[in-house]
Ligand binder design. Structure first.
Ligand code: ZN
Length: 226
């Protein structure tokens, strides 16, 4: 009743198509949801996201739920999550990842979910880390615990483009530090991020976790451009 009144005076709109949402719809309308480009990668060990890491680092598995398309509906969702404070979209997308973990049997291979941290300065500006909400959403459907603050980001990566290739590699390999190593030791960890293109940020974080005696590391993202 109260919700009906609220939506009468403040109509809620789909973050993708901006049409008024129907009762029971949250953030994104059913029509747009069915149009989001799913990858189906979680059902294949040799999917393009997993293959990004072959020959670089050994992971339990890797997958994305959606294809990242410039100007597509998913980009609107991600934009609202990152820049408009719509953290509930993060939970919603996290639940999509969690459902794939459950359906593919991969959830049983994970003890702890760790969201990729933002640089503290960036997080202060934004007010939150969108990946924390992805982790929360995954937890809601898989019941796997998650923890922020176990991994920390040590430096900005924005100036990387101006550096030489070798320096850039050095930078990426040292952008994370393990703040609470006792929480990593012996655990099978799932690292979560919103988007990946080359896999280097995830690789760097996974490497740091394995250096701190994680039993195994897997990675998952909402969207990939591969
Ligand atoms: Zn829509």
């Amino acid at each position: 009743m109260l919700n009906d009144l609220v939506s009468l005076f403040y109509p809620r709109n789909c973050v993708c198509c901006h049409q008024t949402l129907n009762k029971g719809e949250q953030d994104c309308c059913v029509m747009c949801l069915t149009e989001l480009p799913r990858t189906n990668f979680s059902n294949f060990d040799d999917n393009p996201v997993a293959k990004l890491f072959w020959g670089r680092i050994e992971l339990t598995f890797g997958f994305s739920v959606y294809h990242f398309e410039k100007g597509g509906k998913l980009q609107s969702l991600m934009h609202s999550l990152k820049y408009k404070g719509k953290t509930q979209i993060g939970e919603f997308l996290g639940r999509a990842i969690g459902n794939e973990l459950n359906n593919s049997g991969k959830a049983s291979k994970i003890d702890l979910i760790l969201p990729i941290p933002l640089h503290p300065k960036k997080e202060r500006l934004r007010g939150y880390n969108q990946s924390d909400y992805l982790a929360k959403g995954i937890h809601e459907v898989t019941a796997i615990p998650y923890a922020s603050n176990v991994v920390r980001r040590t430096m900005h990566t924005t100036s990387q483009t101006r550096k030489a290739k070798f320096d850039r590699w050095k930078n990426v390999s040292s952008i994370f530090e393990i703040h609470k190593p006792e929480q990593v030791n012996g655990k099978r960890i799932l690292v979560v991020d919103d988007v990946t293109t080359t896999g280097s940020t995830l690789e760097s974080c996974a490497r740091e976790l394995l250096n701190h005696q994680a039993a195994a590391v897997a990675v998952t993202v909402v969207a990939s451009s591969v």
